[in-house]
Write a new protein. Structure first.
Length: 275
């Protein structure tokens, strides 16, 4: 796991930035900067320079002229290829990982196998669907393990939706030793407060099954989105959980990408802090 000492938080209207505030690391480490964002819905904002860029789903818009993505995912795929790929290629990030969200019909209907961890030649771009990948840390030999999953609890008719009982099985496959867990939807109780049209109340809309998986795996960082109004940093059992949505509930671009700094041991796998 990534070696994360106590952190000082700086929160502004444009994003979250964490800086290390305590004593020097107990062993030689490599500083790594992660930039994460989700729920772009067609916006392609500037990405700060970083070692690892994580896109947490809903990267695509829904409408393409007279076509809706759910009925014509090939138009969304074409937009992804001509817009998102160049945006990612131009981003000042060494490694780039992406998973889908419920608006990304092309990810469900079209093949992106060549971008999967099994087929991609590098982490210049990998698209993960319930998969794990290893991200090299500098030239030190250290790595971060990342697992990404695109699913959300079923509601209405969208892509990458499953019932909670089915998601329990999917999340059970997340392996122990995962450093960064990326999920399009948030866990129950953290960055997940949304207005329920049926009840007329603000309620927690996140996944209980995902929360149980987080408690089992105990990743060092959780990155999610989906609930636009849930943007921010939260914590569960000492695990930081970031909702990194960049748009608000009216689909206006209001938040900058979230920046997270971590220390990773200079050689070997990242390890947990002593308890």
């Amino acid at each position: 796991m990534a070696d994360l000492p106590a952190l000082t938080r700086q929160i502004g209207t444009k994003g979250i930035f964490e800086v290390h505030a305590d004593q020097a690391p107990r062993r030689q480490t490599h500083s790594m900067r992660i930039v994460a964002l989700s729920d772009q819905h067609g916006f392609l904002p500037e990405v700060p320079p970083c070692d690892l860029l994580i896109v947490g789903g809903d990267v695509c818009p829904d409408r393409f002229g007279p076509f809706m993505a759910m009925h014509a995912p090939e138009h969304q795929r074409a937009w992804f290829d001509r817009s998102v790929r160049p945006w990612l290629a131009n981003a000042s990030a060494t490694h780039k990982l992406l998973t889908w969200g419920n608006h990304d019909w092309c990810g469900q209907a079209c093949s992106f196998r060549s971008d999967s961890p099994a087929c991609a030649r590098s982490t210049d771009l990998q698209i993960l669907v319930d998969e794990r990948t290893a991200v090299p840390v500098g030239t030190s030999g250290g790595i971060l393990s990342v697992w990404a999953t695109p699913w959300s609890n079923r509601f209405m008719h969208w892509a990458f939706m499953k019932d909670p009982c089915d998601l329990e099985t999917i999340y059970a496959a997340i392996p122990a030793g995962t450093d960064i867990l990326v999920s399009h939807q948030p866990p129950h109780g953290y960055g997940d407060r949304a207005f329920n049209l049926d009840s007329g109340q603000i309620e927690h809309a996140g996944s209980r099954e995902l929360l149980a998986a987080i408690e089992r795996v105990h990743p060092r960082i959780v990155i999610c989105g989906h609930i636009h109004g849930g943007f921010g940093r939260f914590e569960h059992l000492g695990i930081p959980i970031y909702n990194v949505s960049v748009v608000d509930e009216q689909y206006r671009l209001v938040n900058a990408p979230t920046v997270i700094d971590v220390n990773v041991p200079a050689s070997g796998r990242p390890s947990r802090e002593p308890s």
